[in-house]
Design a protein around this ligand. Structure first.
Ligand code: F6P
Length: 379
């Protein structure tokens, strides 16, 4: 019998965290289950730092609120945790057993892990240590394996679409090329979907290494029919054929993840297009606008469905799974399936070459639709 559960939110924030939390709390209360929230993702588990969540106070009025009322951590791999020892040297330690002890001592029957591939990798590792976990797929990148969609993604696409609408009018007014760089790491979902929604002429995504001449040619063809402007979406992970990704610096995500901070892909494309087409070109980097603020109605509903489903699974005793949406239906899959071949417990989290992430495939409807309506994908 599940009596006491806790939620943790981990990884980069998205719009919809709070809507999931609210749905879990409400469903739990409906069944007389006590609900808590660990602060700052897995770090809260390590420090045994949690608060009571209740729809009467701490979890009230949060459906439309951005961020996470229980915070979120982007560098808390407790299986390989950065510790500064007495000499001031950095050491990495496996502190997962401290977390297991905390969870058992305070009698949590299930931990809900709201996060992307790294978070779900740690969740799966905890499941092998005897903790009951249920994952909920989060990320603006939409790249979690085994589900059609993650919460937060739709809001990011909406923000990017609004940006494209605004760039469109200024592009047309000044006869310019407007380039919009969007997030997504190695997945081009945000770029592709917002390009279709925002009527872009070119969309460059990591899954299709681009030939800049092809993109320039598409813009020149527009000029031939009297359209002396263009709107281009560039995914931050896009790179030219035979070239490299654009790197802005390093992230402090700890060891066991790829710590590359992407940036510069849009600026590079803008410079090249200006040179090749002769049109004045400007680049806008959308950045963290995609993650903050109020969730769309779609994300509120998706997050609520995921949260209610996660709590229902706990009540049914179905643990060590991820809630997913498959062909429009709520479902669950085992965390083993979600981590794919990234089987080794511990040090290696997600966000690595071993990660089982879902990227855009050539046969995806979005790719076909983009091609059908003449959006140039740079190939
Ligand atoms: O994974 C979500 C995401 O927003 C990516 O799209 C982006 O590359 C990355 O996180 C940025 O990470 P950070 O929050 O560490 O800057």
């Amino acid at each position: 019998m599940v009596k006491k559960v806790a939620i943790l939110a981990n990884g980069g924030d998205v719009s919809g965290f709070n809507a999931v939390i609210r749905a879990i709390v409400k469903t739990a209360e409906h069944h007389g289950v006590e609900c808590y929230g660990f602060i700052d993702g897995y770090r809260g588990l390590l420090e045994n730092h949690y608060i009571k969540l209740s729809s009467a106070d701490s979890a009230s009025g949060i459906l439309q609120k951005g961020g996470s009322i229980i915070s979120s951590s982007t560098n808390a791999n407790v299986f390989h945790y950065k510790v500064i020892n007495e000499n001031g040297d950095v050491e990495y330690k496996d502190l997962s057993d401290v977390c297991v002890k905390n969870v058992k001592k305070d009698g949590f029957d299930c931990i809900f892990t709201l996060g992307g591939d790294s978070t779900q990798k740690s969740a799966r590792d905890f499941s092998l240590k005897g903790i009951n976990v249920i994952g909920v797929p989060k990320t603006i990148d939409n790249d979690v394996a085994c589900t059609d969609i993650t919460f937060g993604y739709n809001t990011a696409v909406s923000v990017a679409t609004e940006a494209l609408d605004r760039l469109h009018t200024t592009a047309e007014t000044h006869n310019r090329i407007m380039v919009l760089e969007v997030m997504g790491r190695e997945a081009g979902w945000i770029a592709l979907e917002s390009a279709i929604a925002g009527g872009a002429d070119v969309a460059l995504i990591p899954e299709i290494p681009y030939d800049i001449e092809k993109a320039a040619q598409a813009i020149k063809e527009r000029q031939e029919i009297g359209k002396n402007f263009a709107v281009v979406v560039v995914s931050e992970g896009a790179f030219p054929k035979g070239g490299d990704i654009s790197v802005a610096g390093e992230r402090d995500g700890g060891e066991g993840v790829i710590n590359i901070k992407l940036g510069g892909a849009g600026e590079k494309v803008a410079n090249d297009l200006e040179r090749l087409t002769g049109l004045t070109t400007r680049c806008t980097v959308l950045g963290y606008m995609q993650r903050g603020g109020t969730p769309t109605a779609y994300d509120r509903v998706l997050s609520t469905k995921y949260g209610a489903k996660a709590m229902t699974l706990a009540l049914e005793g179905k643990f060590n799974v991820l809630t997913v949406l498959k062909n429009g239906k709520l479902d669950s899959v085992s965390l083993e399936e979600v981590v794919g071949n990234n089987k080794e417990i511990g040090a290696v989290q997600g966000g690595t070459a071993e990660s089982n992430v879902r990227v855009v495939t050539p046969d995806d409807d979005l790719v076909k639709t983009a091609r059908d309506i003449g959006i140039c994908l740079g190939d």
